[in-house]
Design a protein around this ligand. Structure first.
Ligand code: ZN
Length: 738
């Protein structure tokens, strides 16, 4: 809960503690005036430690060699992190092992056999000035979780590889069954695993996914080594795992793949694709596209290459051969902590993945460098006797790129303990590819994220808050969105999948935050995403890496040291209301059979098959309860001190709210995903109220009514919980005032 009205609480603070106001203590959500003063001191000490030189030094260590999941180098880096953490003063440092279904290439081959012969190089060539690109250990093109096999078949161009693209092909009389499809990485981003599943459902024998220069290459701007965009040979590797069905090791869905764990047969694993896949550079895609016949592709299917794109299907034939090694493989998660001085059994969990497709300049080693400076700073403070109240747990995940694997296995292994102890999870995947900040949070933590951004300085000289607001306004203008940027919508509260927060939010029921700086970046998952790229384009001074360490750490410290956890449940309620209203608006036709404008004057509108009024009423109640608790919390905090036992009761109750959004049965068809407010589409795009929304979109009214009732009951349940907490808090506050 939180003090939602900073102006009011600041006035209260000034009345109660004029002396503190004079020394300009900044009020902080969840802190009393006195503890806020102390917190400011701790944060200032903390923020002074991370340095750009150290960020760069760490970044160089992590990007020195390719370190894909399961590789000797990635495992060596796990040991390096563990050693560093021990030296820095972190406690209980341990490397946890998970034995997972492996997916590594033995051999890959692509050649055009007709009308002319062309053998794809599947390699990324060196560029002047970047010594790392000469490294012999750079892998060739491959897709994680591709099936093994061999086929020689006609090639069809299927644009972005989305279902509607195949509809268009069908209309043109082109069937892809048994053929090979060539698709491009799409903008807006759609997860390549969704393209693979779509091609598999269409009966294609293999899918080739290439990077068109219109997406991330010369059509965008200067390419490496002269600019940040992808050069001719860059290959966007990546997994095609169906982790939108269930993430983690495909053979242990819902439990941890610790050595000796039960495993399901490969044939039963829903997240393993049955189609062969290969990523291509445009250098290797161009000769194929140039030879294709058939109808000319529609205008919006034309790409950035100086050729006419055709749909193909006859003249061009390709031979694809892929052999994967699927033997069981160990992945390693490194875990360490700074034990809390007062509440060691309340945890703030932080994480970043370590594995990279190649060098991982941005993804993920920028985040790893930021994490290493964060842990060094926390360790230094702890050694000097400044320890957080609650425990801060830090994890280096493995196999994120394959299927969010390490974090999922760890989250599944410790789910029960996390549900008791965890306050929140803060994820940093890539920390930096440019200067524009993006902050994500479940709606209850969005206000504290915005508040925290005010206390940090952006390299531009503005506050991070100011810089964030400016870049958000710019991005919204570019996207032609009319919504103005305000404190209430600055943080992104729509959370999809695609990184390590997934298990914590969707399976464990923990509030999550995600942090990233971004900018022009065309080398994602290619070998060109390396130390050279970062030093020339992404963050040459490492100032954004440093700012990320500071921000990540200050957020962790605030959650770790708060008297009352800074959740804002009234804000949560208004977000949920927005989700429900948007669902109703987007599905007007599904729900009413016709838009309201189509109803003739005097004509009675028929009843919709789903009534959302009870849900909206329950949201109103939840919001009122949230506001009352916010007010009580603000009063309790401004009174100057709060009984630790009372605070513990309130905090444990507040931690329960997120767990109560879980439906143990999961969303229909995807039982692993249990959160009823947040989910992801198969494209990884955020999907609010996933069970309800999918049912409404399918016009499956019995399921939609069931899902609406599940949502209503969760709201009722959480309203009751907040009311109880409010009574407890007020009872105690009244007593203390006697
Ligand atoms: Zn990543």
């Amino acid at each position: 809960m939180s003090t939602r009205r900073p102006i009011l609480s600041f006035c209260l603070l000034m009345l109660a503690f004029p002396c503190i106001a004079q020394t300009q203590a900044t009020p902080i959500m969840g802190f009393t005036p006195a503890t806020a003063t102390h917190e400011n001191e701790v944060e200032n000490k903390f923020k002074a430690i991370p340095s750009p030189d150290e960020e760069r030094r760490q970044h160089h260590i992590f990007t020195a060699e390719p370190h894909v999941a399961g590789s000797a180098r990635n495992n060596e880096l796990a040991r390096y992190i563990a050693d560093q953490w021990r030296t820095e003063g972190l406690e209980d440092v341990i490397i946890r092992r998970y034995d997972v279904y492996g997916s590594n290439p033995r051999s890959t081959l692509l050649e055009m056999t007709a009308p002319v012969h062309y053998r794809a190089g599947l390699r990324e060539l060196p560029v002047p000035g970047d010594p790392d690109m000469k490294n012999k250990a750079i892998s060739s093109a491959w897709s994680g979780m591709s099936a093994s096999g061999e086929v020689t078949a006609p090639l069809v161009y299927a644009h972005s590889g989305n279902p509607e693209d195949y509809d268009l092909l069908r209309k043109q009389g082109i069937d892809v069954k048994g053929k090979v499809v060539l698709v491009r990485y799409s903008n807006p981003y759609s997860y390549r695993g969704f393209k693979a599943l779509t091609a598999e459902r269409e009966g294609a024998a293999a899918i080739l996914i290439y990077s068109d220069p219109a997406e991330d290459g010369y059509k965008k701007g200067k390419v490496v080594p002269n600019g940040p965009w992808g050069p001719e040979y860059h290959i966007q590797r990546g997994a095609i795992t169906y982790d939108f069905m269930v993430p983690g090791d495909p053979l242990t869905p819902g439990w941890a793949s610790i050595p000796g764990a039960k495993r399901i047969p490969v044939e039963q694993a829903v997240s393993i694709p049955k189609i062969m896949a290969l990523p291509l550079s445009w250098h290797d895609a161009k000769p194929l596209l140039a030879q294709m016949d058939g109808p000319v592709a529609p205008d919006d299917w034309q790409g950035g290459l100086p050729i006419k794109y055709h749909l193909g299907g006859k003249r061009v034939r390709v031979h694809v051969k892929i052999e994967m090694d699927n033997s069981t493989q160990p992945y390693y998660v490194v875990e360490g902590r700074i034990r809390g001085a007062e509440l060691p059994d309340e945890w703030i969990v932080l994480g970043n993945h370590r594995d990279a497709w190649v060098f991982g300049g941005v993804d993920p080693s920028s985040g790893t460098a930021s994490m290493m400076e964060l842990t060094r700073a926390l360790g230094k403070l702890a050694k000097a006797g400044t320890r957080p109240k609650r425990t801060i747990v830090v994890c280096s995940w493995d196999g994120e790129e394959v299927g969010l694997t390490g974090s999922t296995e760890w989250g599944e292994q410790f789910a029960d303990e996390l549900r008791k102890k965890a306050v929140a999870y803060i994820n940093v995947d890539s920390s930096t590819s440019g200067p524009n900040f993006h902050g994500q949070a479940v709606a209850s933590l969005a206000p504290m994220l915005v508040e925290t951004s005010r206390t940090l300085k952006d390299p531009s000289g503005k506050s991070l808050y100011g810089a964030w607001k400016e870049s958000s306004a710019r991005e919204r203008a570019e996207a032609k969105l009319s919504e103005e940027v305000t404190d209430l919508n600055l943080a992104d509260t729509r959370i999809g999948s695609g990184s390590d927060h997934t298990v914590f939010l969707n399976f464990v029921g923990m509030p999550v935050l995600g942090l990233q700086f971004d900018g022009p970046y065309g080398v994602y998952h290619s070998a060109y995403d390396d130390f050279f790229w970062m030093n020339h384009f992404g963050d040459p001074g490492y100032h954004y890496h440093t700012l990320m360490s500071q921000l990540w750490g200050v957020l962790a410290l605030r959650l770790a040291n708060a008297d009352l956890l800074p959740f804002d449940f009234a804000s949560y309620a208004s977000n949920i209301r927005q989700f429900v209203n948007e669902l109703a608006k987007a599905n007007e036709k599904n729900m009413w059979g016709q838009p309201p404008s189509a109803v003739q004057p005097g004509e009675a509108r028929k009843q919709p098959p789903l009534d959302l009024k009870p849900v909206l009423a329950a949201i109103d109640d939840f919001e009122s309860a949230g506001k009352r608790l916010d007010d009580s919390a603000a009063r309790a905090l401004s009174s100057g001190s709060i009984d630790p036992k009372l605070a513990a009761t309130i905090n444990h109750g507040a931690m329960q709210v997120e767990r109560n959004w879980l439906n143990p049965d999961g969303i229909p068809g995807r039982p692993w995903f249990k959160h009823i407010l947040y989910g992801a589409r198969f494209t990884y795009a955020h999907l609010e109220l996933p069970g309800l929304t999918e049912a409404v979109e399918k016009q499956d009214w019995p399921t939609a009514n069931q899902q609406a009732e599940i949502l209503r009951l969760a709201l009722v349940n959480n309203t009751k919980l907040l009311n109880e907490l409010n009574s407890t808090l007020n009872g105690e506050t009244a007593d203390a005032g006697k």
